[in-house]
Write a protein that binds this ligand. Sequence first.
Ligand code: R5P
Length: 343
Amino acid sequence: MTYGVGISVMACKSGLFFAEKLIPYLNSFLKQNGEPEIAITKTEEQMFINTEIKSNVLESIRGKDVYIIQDVSNLNNGYSVNDNVLALKTLINSARISDASRINVVLPTFPYARQDKSFNREGITAKMFAKEMEILGVNTIMTLDIHNPAIVGFFDKCVVENLKGFRDLITYFIKNIDTSNLVISSPDLGGIKRAELFASKLNVGLITIYKERSYTKIDAIEKMEIIGSVDKKDVLLVDDMIDTAGTMYNAIKLLKEKGANKIYCACSLPFLNGKAVERMQELFENKQLTKLIGTNAVYKSQDFLDKNLWYLQISVEDYFAKVIFNMHTSKSISSLLKEVKSN
Ligand code: R5P
């Protein structure tokens, strides 16, 4: 049984690459279910000279179950995160005006998720984004490893499905890495639950790092201390996101100083902005980093993947396609939201 009369998948410009990867998987699920295969619904997105953005759905989607894909952190085409968010809003509005029956937004990365509470008078932008999505009439959002699951509470009507990037990352480490001398570490106390999950699934020990960040400066870490021993141990550092890699860079240096052997990093959202690539490259050249494994929830060009031997990408578009298929056919997705694959 399907929801509504049919399914439509469309993408903003920055989400098109992810959408094109996802469609073959979705089509194979639709085919197995005896449903016709689909193509990406035609849309148009233009940025005017003054940077305003306009979107238009070029086919009828009346009564359809619509999935809009946008990779807000794909900055490759010269758009900023803010441009991408704006492009998303204009396409949602266009789909609403076109009388879609249900609007689902697919965001491999959830924007503004780090501003989820107020220090002094800072705006809570994660909540602002949530409210905007609801005003625009979004029914569901699916995303990967949202920075703080409590953000889901900022939504009153819209359903948020938080997919687990660690599901594929843990599976990768189980299959590919020698864990006999491994310990798991979080680069800060905030990530300890995530590190605990890795430690229990890989059946290895756990240490952590205490990190103090300066909140008056961007990309500034004041202090780091290791809680536990890493002497002659291989270490897997796990985090939800790597942005400027300041956290990972300092953590790896410290772990090396304390006698760690091989160091791996895993993260769902490898933004790698600012000095991140430079920092990771330096650690790799100095044999301090063995590999960083991230997911393709954040777009990376083939050129980037070929050049940066310290980086390995795990694909998650098949995972998103399965969740979309189950949602469209009103099947449960709870087994897909577990941290480790069942097979
Ligand atoms: C912090 O709460 C996050 O989990 C990451 O550790 C942090 O956002 C990484 O940022 P950066 O790579 O810029 O240090």
